[in-house]
Write a protein that binds this ligand. Structure first.
Ligand code: FES
Length: 145
C-alpha cells in the first residue's frame, strides 16, 4: 500500500504483518461508509460478545437500499468489516442484502487475521438484523393501514 495516510507507516506495517490485506488497510485508512444517515429508514445496533458495537443506518426505497452507513466502536477488524458491509449493501435489494454471506464480505475485504472472523460475522449480522427489523416495521405498518 502506497499511502499510509492517517494510519502512519508503522501502523500499516503492523496491520499488514498481522494479517490484514492491503484492501482491509485501505478501508481502515479511508473509512468509506463510516458515519450516520439523517432520516434513515432503519437504524440497528448490535453489541458483540466482545463488547464492540456496530450501528448501521439504511435508507430504503421500494425494497432497495439506496444508501447505508455504519458507526463502529471497535477493533480494526470491525472497522474494515463494517466499511465492507455497507459498501456491499448499497444498491442491493433487501433480499440480496439479507442473502449476503461471509464469503461475499471476504471478497470485499480480501483478508483479515484469522482471529478476526467474528468481527466480520458481527458486521454481517448487523446488516441482516437491520434488514429484518426494517421488514418487520413495514409489516407492522401494513397491518395498521
Ligand atoms: Fe470485537 Fe473485533 S474484537 S468486533
Amino acid at each position: 500500500m502506497k499511502d499510509a495516510g492517517v494510519l502512519g507507516a508503522d501502523v500499516v506495517e503492523t496491520l499488514s504483518r498481522t494479517g490484514y490485506s492491503d484492501k482491509a488497510i485501505e478501508l481502515l485508512r479511508d473509512r468509506p461508509g463510516m458515519g450516520t444517515l439523517e432520516n434513515a429508514d432503519q437504524v440497528t445496533e448490535i453489541v458483540g460478545p466482545c463488547g464492540d458495537t456496530m450501528t448501521i443506518y439504511l435508507a430504503v426505497d421500494d425494497e432497495w437500499i439506496r444508501d447505508a452507513r455504519i458507526q463502529v466502536l471497535g477493533c480494526p477488524g470491525a472497522v474494515a468489516s463494517g466499511c465492507a458491509v455497507v459498501s456491499l449493501a448499497r444498491g442491493k435489494s433487501l433480499e440480496q442484502a439479507r442473502n449476503l454471506t461471509l464469503d461475499d464480505l471476504y471478497a470485499e475485504v480480501q483478508k483479515l487475521p484469522d482471529k478476526k472472523v467474528h468481527c466480520a460475522r458481527l458486521a454481517l449480522k448487523t446488516l441482516h438484523k437491520a434488514v429484518e427489523e426494517y421488514r418487520n416495521s413495514q409489516d407492522e405498518k401494513g397491518r395498521e393501514e
